[in-house]
Design a protein around this ligand. Structure first.
Ligand code: ANZ
Length: 809
């Protein structure tokens, strides 16, 4: 018998599959149901890393399993090839970004092939290909024509090191997400996409995604959009008569307003400071507040602020209260002004204490002090209303509606909804991105580049090093153009688009990647979309997914498609870490994917990643055991060889076990529980071994085993299937096994799962469940896992089939 040598069989099948065109999705309707399996496409910054090793093993198992079940699978790949990582790396190495990027793509492509990923390579594209970004630009122009893209002067987060603007979400604790440089504020005129127009739809349509997306991700999206219901209330400046609306979620606290706060950027601030006779003192302070990075202002511990010297009139009681400017009020939220209720809002409370302002209780807490000057913190709960004129004695929650109705009646306010979500700033002052296809004409203002002149190509001959102006702004030939409307001299926009724009529609392009009459062929999209299963890291749980959802809705409103959600099901795998922390070169705990691939081969590495734990959990490389997996696959190899030599049917008992395994492993594949599937397949391997050792046959069971391991370990499965079991067509096309119902019927008993002797769960199991299976089931129990919590499991005492006791240390 030949030895199991991955390095011999893997290159062979890689070449054969390519020759046979096994993974090219059918272009035409062929009677099979479609399945669009999508993996988040990679950045080409260097070769693949361990994280890719996990993510793409999962994505590939999903695709292959569907293939074997008879689906017409679309499993495409491309590269998210624009962006700062490529540009910075290229700057450090002195190679043009394009060259560097395409070299890395080739390297990653070769690694994917060695890893046995079943991509349809005929559909590959990269977002930096002019054939792709032409359509990114086209979509931008369509958005512009519909008023969804607009240019405005706005304060922006600026990273002095990367020389670019950052979105709020790219600023972490005041530092640049990429290089940890403190972020400063700059006023720039830039392009925005009006995602806020879709805030309500983005929220409402999440209903469609329930069940297909994890609650965790849905909650993250919901919080990001941040919908608040409340009222807009009209205050008036006593000295000038200016109306000032405020957004509040607590109109029931209107009688407790003791001061009023404006954001430093509020347009009324300069004029009011003038009116209050404080213009001079205020200017420098307001500038200081404005310069604070937006993200850190809200959390500013110091509740500083300055008096404006004017007062506003509270519409409910005619009371006049003093006005301030403070950095904790943001211009981007609500109306940029706040009615301050220190007794019931913690930030207002801190501000009042810091600045010696009165605190008036209007919602009586059930216990504790009720006098403003005795409070030690704001009371934000419910209570009975006091000091509130006509509403005294009412319960506070109910009065929110009453006050709002009363305000509406008097014309002093109205119901209002506010969102945390901001419009999406997409201008980047960098070279390696899709140029924004706009021209600025002195006469005609912002003019879109006409469709027949797209793409606006990125010139190759630029000085792409950062500093001062952006590289494109320094390129005379690029900048100076004629206005498409009047032909007079005009200037091109020299910014490029945020790469999140590129990745907001790539999944449409895969459906018809060479289509040249539009971003996609509507017929192809209606055939393949929406994506049936999207797989990728939890790090993209908010932005990428929100932007992709927004694009899908906007594209629908352009009339190009008829659905509004791009991804029916979403799977977020965990990260690959090392001894509890992220792998990195500087920490010295980096495991290099290519080295592991060279050492173990693709099948062993793939199964090792899948066996390491539930897909959603982080995988600690420390606990990954390629040696263990290699020895299992070696056992499979030998058992299948031996089984292929025998004749006659498998023993009844072995058949029962094998068919039962088909049943439970199929369920595991359905719920992406690959780790438990591997455990069950290991058990089946042992049973086959035992039968063979006893002189029995195992041909049927071996054939079932090979098919069940095929999605995870495609090379060894194909070798055994075709070369050893003598099949003529690939194991990967349409051979998922079915079980015989009569063989899987079994007696069920109740397994009691204990943690440290306490009963935590009861699970129905087969009366014949083996020790391994019982242990697996016990460890997989949600209730047991909750009881174990952070503790370490030291051993599991198993008395199959009725008892398992998990002992922690
Ligand atoms: C008075 C009040 C009394 C408030 C009270 C809260 C509690 P959410 O829930 O996050 O939507 N606010 C409004 N605009 C603001 C801005 N531009 N910058 C900072 N804070 C702002 O928060 C809504 C509340 O945040 C609003 O309701 C307002 O304070 C404040 F007992 O009004 B509230």
């Amino acid at each position: 018998m030949r030895r199991y040598d991955p390095h011999e069989i893997e290159p062979k099948w890689q070449a054969r599959w390519e020759e046979e065109g096994l993974y090219t999705a059918a272009k035409e309707e062929d009677g099979r149901p479609k399945f669009y399996a999508l993996d988040m496409f990679p950045y080409p910054s260097g070769d693949l890393h361990m994280g890719h090793g996990e993510a793409f093993a999962i994505g590939d198992v999903i695709a292959r399993y569907k293939w074997m079940q008879g689906f017409n699978v679309l499993h495409p790949i491309g590269w998210d090839a624009f962006g700062l990582p490529a540009e910075n790396a290229a700057i450090q190495r002195g190679i043009p970004p394009k060259e560097w990027t395409y070299e890395n793509i080739e390297q990653q492509r070769a690694s994917f092939k060695r890893y046995g990923v079943s991509f349809d390579w005929t559909r590959q594209f990269n977002t930096c290909d002019p054939d792709y970004y032409k359509w990114t630009q086209w979509l931008f122009v369509k958005f512009f024509e519909r008023g969804l893209a607009y240019r405005k002067n706005a304060p922006a987060n600026w990273c002095p090191k990367d020389q670019t603007v950052l979105a709020n979400e790219q600023v972490i604790n005041g530092l640049c997400e990429r290089c940890d440089t403190p972020v400063v504020r700059r006023d720039l005129t830039q392009w925005f996409l009006r995602i806020t127009d879709y805030a309500e739809k983005l929220l409402d349509d999440m209903e469609e995604l329930r069940g297909g997306w994890s609650d965790r991700v849905l909650t993250m999206q919901r919080n990001w959009i941040g919908r608040s219901e409340g009222a807009e209330v009209l205050f008036r400046v006593a000295e000038t008569g200016d109306p000032v609306p405020v957004f509040t979620t607590r109109p029931d606290t209107l009688w407790g307003v003791t001061f009023f706060v404006f954001a430093p950027e509020h347009p009324l601030v300069p004029r009011l400071a003038e009116a209050g006779g404080r213009a001079h003192e205020l200017r420098a302070l307001v500038e200081k507040y404005r310069a604070m990075p937006l993200t850190s202002r809200e959390q500013a511990e110091n509740r500083e602020g300055v008096s404006l010297g004017v007062r506003v009139v509270n519409p409910v009681n005619g009371e006049e209260v003093p006005c301030f400017v403070a950095p904790y009020v943001l211009m981007e939220y609500g109306t940029g002004a706040v009615m301050a209720v220190p007794a019931h809002d913690q930030r207002d409370f801190e501000f009042a204490r810091e600045n010696g302002l009165p605190v008036r209780v209007v919602i009586k807490p059930p216990e504790g002090p009720t006098e403003g000057d005795q409070l030690t913190e704001a009371w934000t709960g419910e209570g009975v209303m006091v000091n509130s004129g006509p509403l005294d004695g009412r319960p506070s929650p109910a009065s929110i509606d009453e006050v709002t109705a009363w305000l509406e009646e008097k014309g002093l306010g109205k119901r209002a909804v506010s969102y945390r979500l901001r419009d999406w700033l997409i201008s980047r002052q960098r070279y390696w991105g899709a140029p924004i296809p706009m021209i600025r004409c002195p006469e005609h203002g912002e003019v879109a580049v006409p469709e027949d002149e797209l793409p606006v190509l990125l010139p190759d001959d630029v000085d792409f090093r950062p500093g001062g102006d952006s590289p494109l702004a320094r390129h005379e030939g690029f900048v100076n153009v004629e206005c498409p409307k009047c032909g007079k001299p005009a200037r091109r926009d020299t910014d490029t688009m945020d790469t999140f724009v590129d990745s907001s529609w790539y999944f449409f392009r895969y459906c018809s990647p060479r289509f040249d009459e539009g971003p996609f062929d509507p017929a192809a999209v209606s055939r393949w979309m929406p994506v049936d299963q999207y797989t990728g890291g939890i790090t993209h749980a908010i932005l990428h997914l929100l932007y992709a959802r927004f694009f899908t809705k906007a594209i629908r409103d352009l009339g190009l498609i008829s659905f509004g959600e791009p991804f029916t099901r979403l799977l977020n795998q965990g990260m690959v870490i090392m001894q509890g922390s992220a792998m990195s070169k500087s920490r010295g705990n980096l495991v290099v994917f290519a080295d592991e691939l060279n050492k173990h081969g693709a099948d062993v590495l793939r199964v090792s990643m899948l066996f390491a734990g539930p897909v959603e959990d982080d995988v600690d490389w420390q606990n990954v055991s390629p040696e263990g997996v290699k020895s299992w696959l070696g056992r499979v190899w030998r058992a299948v060889h031996e089984a292929s030599e025998g004749s006659g049917p498998d023993a009844e008992e072995l058949r029962r076990i094998a068919h039962r395994t088909v049943k439970v492993v199929t369920t595991d594949y359905e719920r992406h529980a690959y780790n438990t599937a591997v455990a069950k397949l290991m058990t089946l391997t042992n049973e086959i071994r035992r039968s063979l050792d006893a002189g029995g046959s195992a041909g049927e069971s071996a054939s079932l085993l090979v098919r069940m391991i095929a999605p995870m370990a495609p090379f060894i499965a194909e070798e055994l299937w075709r070369e050893v079991l003598g099949n003529t067509s690939s194991v990967h096309s349409g051979a998922w096994p079915e079980f015989e119902p009569a063989l899987v019927e079994e007696d069920r008993v109740t397994l009691v799962v204990q943690v440290n002797g306490k009963v935590r769960d009861r699970i129905e199991v087969a009366a014949a469940a083996a020790e391994d299976e019982v242990r697996e089931l016990a460890l997989a129990s949600e209730n047991a896992r909750r009881a174990v919590g952070e503790k370490e499991v030291s051993r599991v005492i198993v008395r199959p089939p009725r008892l398992a006791n998990i002992v922690t240390s």
